[in-house]
Write a protein that binds this ligand. Structure first.
Ligand code: NDP
Ligand code: KPL
Length: 328
C-alpha cells in the first residue's frame, strides 16, 4: 500500500516509522533541513519500544511522489493551507487523507447531521482551502496520543511510555480504508483502532491539550513539572471539567473524569507541542486547539472562565511573540 506522510516532524516522523515498519510503501513530503537530514541519514525514530531507521522516498514537491493509496497529514494546523495548495498530485480519485492534528478539525461538521451539517470551522481551515482541495469525502480523522519531539532534523523522539492512534470516519462508519490503515500502524507496533464515534475521541484528546497547552505555554514547563504544583493542578482540573461540559453540550459526552486525566498527564515529562512551537519561534495552534472550544462554549452557553482566562493569556503570549497565524 502506497502511503505518503505529509509533514514529518515529531508526530509525522513517529507515524512514518510505524508505517514503514508495518510494511507500507512509504513516502514523505518534507522540506528544508528536515528533508536534507532524511536524504542523508534516513528517518530516525527513537521510541521506548526500540529505535528505527527507515529510508522512504522523499520529496519537497508532491508531484515527484505521485498518486498514493493514502495520505497522512501531520503538519500543524496553521500549515494546512500550504498542504491544501500542494497535495493535489498525491490524490487519485479514491485516495483517503488522514488528518492527524490536535484540536477541532476542519471536517468536524461533515457527515455530522442535523442543523449544523456542513458547517465550517474557520479557525482550522481559513478560506476553506482544505475543504475545497481535499474535500470531506476523502477525510479520515486521526487522534494521536503520543508525546513527541524533534530534537534535530530527521529525528523523531517519542517521549511518552505508550502511544496510540485512533482513526475514524466523519460518518462514523467502519470502512475498509480506515481498517487497512489501522492494520499497517498496528503491524508497525503502534496500537491503532477505528472508532465509530470519532468526534468523542476528538474531544477526549482535546481535554489533554486544554489541561496542558495554555498552562505550559505560560510557565514554559513540562506537563509533569507544571502539574506538580497543587494550585496549577487545580486550575488544570477546572480546565478539563470545563472541556467535559463543552463536549457534552456538543453532544459528544467523553467518558471518565478530570482526575484520571490529570494524573496521567502529570506523569509525562513533556513540553506540549504548542510550547515547543513557542520556544522554537514557530506558528502556534492557538486558534484550532483553544479558541474553537472557547467559541463553542460561548455558543452553547457553557461557563468556561478558566478556559477564557488561560486562552486570553496564551493568545497574548503568542501575539507578543509574533506567532499567532490566522492563515497559512
Ligand atoms: N508533538 C507532540 O507531542 C504532539 C503533537 N500533536 C499534534 O500533531 C500535529 C503535528 O504536530 P508535530 O508533529 O508536533 O509538529 P511539527 O512541527 O513537529 O511537525 C510538522 C512538520 O510539518 C512540516 N510541514 C509543514 N508544512 C509543510 C509543507 N507545506 N511542506 C512540507 N512540510 C511541511 C514541518 O516542516 P518545517 O519544520 O519546515 O515547518 C514539520 O516538519 C499537530 O496538530 C499537533 O498539535 C498531537 C499529539 C502530540
Ligand atoms: C500534550 C500532548 C502530548 C497531549 O497530552 C499533546 O497533544 C501535544 O503535545 O500537543
Amino acid at each position: 500500500m502506497k502511503v505518503c506522510i505529509f509533514g514529518a516532524g515529531a508526530i509525522g516522523g513517529h507515524l512514518a516509522g510505524r508505517l514503514a515498519k508495518g510494511g507500507a510503501e512509504l513516502s514523505i513530503v518534507a522540506r528544508g533541513a528536515n528533508l536534507a537530514a532524511m536524504q542523508a541519514n534516513g528517518l530516525i525514530v527513537r521510541a521506548p519500544d526500540g529505535d528505527m531507521q527507515v529510508r522512504p522516498s522523499l520529496a519537497a514537491d508532491p508531484a515527484a511522489l505521485g498518486r498514493q493509496d493514502a495520505v497522512v497529514v501531520c503538519t500543524k494546523v496553521p500549515a494546512l493551507g500550504s498542504v491544501a495548495r500542494a497535495i493535489g498530485p498525491l490524490l487519485g480519485p479514491e485516495t483517503p487523507v488522514v488528518f492527524v492534528t490536535n484540536g477541532i478539525p476542519w471536517w468536524y461538521y461533515a457527515s455530522h447531521g442535523g442543523a449544523e451539517e456542513g458547517r465550517r470551522v474557520p479557525e482550522a481551515d481559513p478560506g476553506d482551502l482544505v475543504w475545497n482541495a481535499v474535500g470531506p469525502a476523502r477525510a479520515i480523522g486521526g487522534v494521536i496520543y503520543s508525546a513527541c519531539a524533534q530534537p534535530e532534523p530527521g529525528v523523531a523522539q517519542v517521549v511518552s511510555a505508550t502511544s496510540k492512534l485512533i482513526l475514524g470516519e466523519p460518518d462514523n462508519l467502519r470502512t475498509d480504508r480506515a481498517v487497512a490503515l489501522a492494520s499497517l500502524f498496528k503491524q508497525g507496533g503502534l496500537p491503532c483502532s477505528v472508532s465509530e464515534k470519532i468526534r468523542v475521541e476528538v474531544w477526549a484528546k482535546l481535554l489533554n491539550n486544554l489541561l496542558s497547552g495554555p498552562i505550559c505555554s505560560l510557565n514554559r514547563r513540562t506537563m509533569r513539572d507544571s502539574l506538580a504544583d497543587p494550585v496549577v493542578r487545580a486550575a488544570a482540573t477546572q480546565l478539563v471539567e470545563e472541556g467535559i461540559a463543552i463536549a457534552r453540550a456538543m453532544g459528544q459526552p467523553v467518558p471518565g473524569g478530570a482526575e484520571e486525566r490529570i494524573a496521567q498527564a502529570a506523569g509525562i515529562n513533556h513540553k506540549p507541542s504548542i510550547l515547543q512551537d513557542l520556544e522554537a519561534g514557530r506558528p502556534m495552534e492557538v486558534d484550532a486547539l483553544f479558541q474553537v472550544p472557547l467559541r463553542l462554549a460561548r455558543e452553547k452557553g457553557i461557563p468556561a472562565p478558566m478556559l477564557a482566562l488561560t486562552v486570553a493569556l496564551m493568545t497574548q503570549a503568542a501575539e507578543g511573540a509574533g506567532l499567532l497565524p490566522r492563515a497559512a
